[in-house]
Ligand binder design. Sequence first.
Ligand code: ADP
Ligand code: MG
Length: 348
Amino acid sequence: MSDSTATRAATGAASAGSTPGGVGITLDKVTKIYAGQGAPAVDDFSMSVQPGELVMFVGPSGCGKTTTMKMINRIIEPTSGSIAIDGRDVLSLNPNELRRHIGYVIQQIGLFPHMTIAENIAVVPRLLGWGKQKIADRVDELLNTVQLDPGTFAARYPKQLSGGQQQRVGVARALAADPPVMLMDEPFGATDPITREKLQAEFLRLQESIGKTIIFVTHDFDEAIRLGDRIAVLSDRSQIEQFDTPANILSAPANDYVRSFIGQGAALKRLALIPIADATLSAVTGVKNAPTVAADATLRDALDALVLAGLPAIDVVGGDGRAVGSITVDAISAVLGAELPGVPPAGA
Ligand code: ADP
Ligand code: MG
């Protein structure tokens, strides 16, 4: 991965001994007041993002998410405060150079309409002076990564693709030069719910293999829960109301603002984060032709299956198709109860 090493060196990251797959980002007392505006759009924002971490910014429209993100790659200059990537002050780096080494997926996809899909993905590698063959190979590789067949899509123009396909190209373009940092501003915002869910699943698989440091903006709390290692719940002027793991935010919201963001069904949302392995299974039911649930699924999947089946218990099956036990609604409630501090588990 010599390109990645070059990328890190160019963003100021140490090329030797740095954490593989991403670098840390630190924002310290960052404020932005737009010209002619009295109130700041971002007010005294401080945060540390760990190398390889996927941090979600979630908050209502206009709360300052995009402004905060754009200051990291210096599309917008902060009024005050400092931002460091892998310990180096971004304000000391050449902004054009900096931007080439941070993958950026913008809110409205932003593909160049007059360029083919291949040319769109090749923009940054070309700026970096890569050879023709290397660029062509990389474009093919990236199209495969985002599950678009290069033979079908490389020579097309953006308007010949669906919204969801364009979003994938936007992600491929941001990944092109293998940047250690990705900033993604509502990257799946323009898609229908089904496409969005597919893109989210693909994105999770992708992040497992590439392990970059990612800041991902969304106004969709469920998307934040599904994707994030940690979530920053933001209110007006980019104020951080809570910054924690999805599980901790769901089980212990910091205040009413966060609670209102979680909305209804916090318990159900938490179930989607807990693997079936965390529940105490009962004996295999042995009921023939009854619905089952996979052992690597979540408690939410198990609950859905139980409700659909209308049975008191359903079998949990391993990868080899053999039942390893059965699960019940009580067993699921017990896990939720056990997780709540100070609340005895159900049945205790
Ligand atoms: P979000 O991405 O959370 O929707 P933004 O960061 O785009 O929020 O905007 C935060 C606030 O700053 C809003 O009140 C918006 O109107 C204002 N704002 C954004 N861009 C500009 C600009 N270029 N000039 C003046 N005000 C702006
Ligand atoms: Mg925005």
